[in-house]
Design a protein. Structure first.
Length: 90
């Protein structure tokens, strides 16, 4: 049952991250949004651990702060993507 929660939270975090950073993003659709959210959760947990905001080794269930960190991770991934693959000005 834990993987269903992970997928659901990943989708929510991916959708919120795309809402916060609108524009052209990699792929469209639920699958890419969910994968982006799950990857954002990993990045958000790592950044939160570096900043001392959370204990990255804690096996805590998903809560509101973890969703927030996941959205921050999605935003970070989208900004990096746009910096690397953004439109080139002529």
């Amino acid at each position: 049952m834990g993987w269903l929660v992970t997928i659901a939270v990943g989708f929510v975090a991916g959708a919120l991250g795309r809402f916060v950073v609108p524009g052209k993003d990699p792929g469209k659709g639920c699958l890419i949004t969910t994968l982006l959210g799950i990857a954002g959760a990993v990045v958000g947990k790592y950044v939160g651990g570096l900043l001392g905001y959370i204990d990255p080794d804690a096996g805590k269930a998903f809560d509101l702060p973890s969703i927030g960190l996941s959205v921050v991770g999605v935003v970070i991934l989208l900004v990096i993507y746009r910096l690397i693959f953004g439109e080139k000005k002529k």
